[in-house]
Design a protein around this ligand. Structure first.
Ligand code: URA
Length: 249
């Protein structure tokens, strides 16, 4: 039985059988790592494994600082080899609105902060238009590392990075998620439906059933300014939903 499994069993209130002679060598810490040497399982009777290496705490149990450190050290996909640094996210860790973009670009990779290039300036202006600023929301991306030449994220990269975003959302517990752009929207909603059809209506995200809205990516709006009118409709819906939720508190 691996330490992760042991941890989950304990969380579920199940006491696993542990060989008495080995129990004292089982170290369980609330920190980042859990180490075990040997555990027997009911019914199996024998030695399951001889684990001596430290096992990382599952991402879904990390606190904010441990998650940040886990992301900074991540080597789960090939992007770690080409990044300057990881881009964790910026803003208020208890924000009502969490904005999710696609992936860091060149400037974000250089500065370690999401949405700091031209698209970021437009995002700031969009937020200001509804009375918010980037310090009062939390901004993150599907990927925490820059894909070379800003290519689209690969499926396996999104899959490897997904638990980080899920954990960020679980820790921030925003009242509303805003996916900016096709990649963020399709990744969060696990769909291939076009952004044109996803925007303009309310979705739900994950087991927490968080309300989620979709709008165009600011980089797309820079290329297609005529669509700013539709983005403004989306932003007004964001503002309305935040106001409704503030009243509901
Ligand atoms: N585009 C994104 O999707 N995210 C960033 O952080 C920057 C540009």
């Amino acid at each position: 039985m691996v330490p992760d499994k042991l941890h989950y069993l304990r969380l579920m209130g199940i006491t696993p059988w542990i060989r008495r002679d080995l129990a004292s060598s089982l170290v369980h810490t609330p920190q980042e790592t859990v180490a075990a040497t040997d555990i027997a399982e009911p019914g199996k009777g024998g030695v399951m494994s001889a684990l001596s290496a430290e096992q990382p705490m599952p991402t879904e149990l990390l606190d904010w600082d441990a998650l940040r450190a886990r992301v900074a050290a991540c080597q789960r996909c090939e992007l770690h080899a080409t990044r300057t640094q990881t881009v964790f996210g910026v803003g208020a860790p208890n924000a009502d609105l969490m904005i999710v973009g696609e992936a860091p670009g060149e400037r974000e990779d250089a500065l370690g902060e999401p949405f700091v290039g031209r698209a970021g300036q437009l995002l700031n202006a969009m937020l200001q238009a509804i009375g918010l600023d980037r310090k009062s929301v939390f901004i993150s991306n599907v990927l925490k590392c820059r894909p070379p030449r800003n290519r689209d994220p690969k499926i396996e990269e999104s899959m490897q990075c997904g638990p980080y975003l899920d954990r960020q959302i679980a820790l921030v517990r925003p009242k509303l998620l805003l996916a900016v752009g096709r990649i963020a929207a399709q990744t969060l909603l696990q769909t291939k439906i076009s952004i044109g059809r996803l925007r303009g209506r309310q979705h739900r995200y994950g087991v927490s059933d968080l309300p989620l809205l979709v709008t165009y990516h600011p980089a797309y709006l820079l290329r297609s300014p005529a669509e700013k009118y539709r983005a403004w409709q989306d932003l007004k819906q964001v503002r309305r939903m935040l106001e409704e939720r503030a009243l509901g508190d």
